[in-house]
Design a protein around this ligand. Structure first.
Ligand SMILES: [Mn+2]
Length: 41
């Protein structure tokens, strides 16, 4: 894994963990929304 920004590397790590945790603790499909904490890309 590579990246120049420590800030963005940390964000990616925690975002991936949060999404994985959410998916692992829900029954049924994961909501098909924009995968951004800001609600937009
Ligand atoms: Mn940020």
């Amino acid at each position: 894994m590579e990246g120049r920004s420590d800030h963005h590397k940390c964000e990616a790590l925690f975002k991936a963990f949060g999404i994985a945790l959410g998916q692992a603790t829900r029954i049924g499909p994961w909501p098909a929304t924009v995968p951004s904490t800001k609600g937009t890309l």
